[in-house]
Design a protein around this ligand. Structure first.
Ligand SMILES: *Cc1c(COP(=O)(O)O)cnc(C)c1O
Ligand code: SF4
Length: 462
């Protein structure tokens, strides 16, 4: 390469407004645009008890809250969507107030929580309800030990909201018209069985406390779980997982007992040289407001690390501009973007999935745009229990039929795992092949063969 001494330095062009958009956060009393909240003052809206009491839990309650904002045809569409949904309904006032009801069809927050009958797509033929095999890898109910040194503990089965795309729709929320749930109630005996198992496995250093959602745990339970796990000598790292910051950030401002309980576990962990952090779940930049920033600041000032896990969702965050804005906005709040997950193969939400190829393109667009430690890793949680794999790290990818094949040598050596792109993005010929059971099996066998092996742990070929 020739380097010219006379070449002028390549100055960056002046920054565009779009590049600073992540700093403009929604402020003011934005909730007053919702008729049901038009007379709600700030202290009331921020109060976590009010938020919990006014969360809507049935389609009728929701429809009553938004009546007048949307046309009747939209309401009928939501009703039709709920009738076919595997998830229970729960929406906090913060979420309801964050949706643009002028354009509810396109709204990225609406899409995550409210199904529309008119946009549902037929499930992929390879879909199962617990596609991650969390129950198969569970030595005691509500504890999944898949990876060598880390385990996933599900102390409870409720969340401050219910997401349409929830991977754990086999357990989370109450039974729905089409699913009877596995019972994961908060239960001290079940918890003790999980603690005993963790204590009996010296290789376990890292425990994810998920759910359900740690926001729903009363402060004394945060302390009980945190202290029980910190008390196990070989446990070095805890993560409390909550979507709360994204859907009810004001709890951090008004529930001082909860914040004190988490802070207490973090401080005790630090005194033992153990790392306790919060993992949260933002999917779209519109979920972040000035309230979120205040909440993130409270946790930051208490020295609590927050990492974010995003689900890649069609029509929500599957464009370069939106993903970049989300990553920058989270970084601006000192929340580290950790993972972007491929959407799991979950029933009833085909309209939300993207292809592996789209995830790869997004990853390439995002990497380099900000600090490396704020650049999320794009992963596919391999169906069948293979664990998280880099979206670029497949053994074989048949783009035409939308079949990617992964190995997971550190998790399940010798096995292959398949992920399937949504049918809607495939050619008409490929879609037709998927409808034929013989061709379906042949495509999968061919992909496995290309990847150099046979399927052992993954979905059975029917
Ligand atoms: C995601 C997950 C973990 C944590 O994995 P990291 O990659 O360390 O975030 C642990 N156990 C199970 C079952 C998981 O799904
Ligand atoms: S907050 Fe998490 S666990 Fe709860 S419904 Fe949403 S995705 Fe599922």
């Amino acid at each position: 390469m020739v380097v010219s001494a006379s070449r002028p330095p390549a100055l960056k062009p002046p920054v565009s407004a779009a590049d600073l958009e992540h700093r403009s956060l929604r402020g003011g009393e934005f909730w007053r645009a919702i008729p049901a909240y038009s007379s709600i003052d700030e202290p009331t809206f921020l109060n976590h008890i009010w938020q919990g009491q006014h969360s809507v839990k049935t389609p009728d309650e929701l429809l009553a809250t938004i009546t007048g904002l949307v046309p009747d045809a939209f309401i009928e569409d939501v009703r039709a969507g709920f009738a076919r949904a595997p998830m229970a309904v729960r929406l906090s006032p913060y979420v309801i107030a964050s949706i643009n009801w002028q354009q509810p069809e396109q709204d990225p927050i609406r899409r995550q929580f409210l199904p529309l009958g008119s946009t549902l797509e037929q499930d992929h033929p390879m879909l199962t309800l617990d596609s991650l095999h969390e129950q198969q890898d569970a030595p005691v109910p509500g504890l999944t030990h898949r990876y060598h040194d880390k385990a996933l503990f599900l102390p409870l089965n409720t969340c401050p909201v219910y997401c349409r795309f929830c991977t754990r729709s086999y357990a989370i929320g109450s039974d729905t018209a089409i699913v009877d749930k596995v019972d994961l109630h908060p239960d001290r005996e079940r918890w003790q069985a999980a603690f005993d198992y963790i204590a009996s496995r010296p290789e376990l250093e890292d425990i994810v406390i998920s759910g359900g959602d740690a926001y729903q745990l009363p402060p004394k339970h945060i302390t009980t779980i945190g202290e029980a796990l910190l008390g196990i000598e070989h446990v070095r790292r805890l993560r409390f997982a909550t979507k709360g910051l994204a859907v009810m950030p004001s709890k951090i401002l008004t529930d001082s007992a909860w914040v004190d309980a988490i802070s207490g576990v973090v401080a005790h962990g630090r005194s033992l040289n153990k790392d306790v952090v919060i993992h949260t779940h933002f999917n779209h930049p519109n979920e972040i407001s000035e309230i979120t920033q205040k909440a993130a600041n409270v946790l930051f000032q208490r020295g609590i690390t927050i990492r974010n896990q995003t689900v890649l969702i069609r029509g929500v965050n599957d464009t370069e501009a939106t993903m970049l804005l989300l990553v920058r906005r989270l970084s601006y709040l000192n929340i580290h973007p950790y993972y972007v997950y491929m959407h799991d193969l979950v029933r009833g939400v085909e309209d939300l999935r993207t292809s592996l190829a789209q995830a790869q393109e997004l990853e390439q667009a995002i990497r380099g745009a900000t600090a490396g430690f704020n650049t999320p890793m794009f992963v596919c949680d391999a169906p069948g229990g293979g664990g998280k794999r880099d979206v670029h790290g497949y053994a074989y990818y048949d783009r035409e039929n939308g079949i990617s094949v992964f190995r997971a040598p550190s998790v399940k050596p010798g096995q292959l795992f398949c992920y399937f792109d949504p049918l809607a993005g495939l050619s008409a010929a490929a879609q037709a092949r998927w409808q034929d059971p013989t061709e379906r099996a042949a495509m999968i066998v061919a992909a496995l063969h290309q990847a150099g092996g046979e399927l052992q742990g993954g979905p059975s070929i029917k």
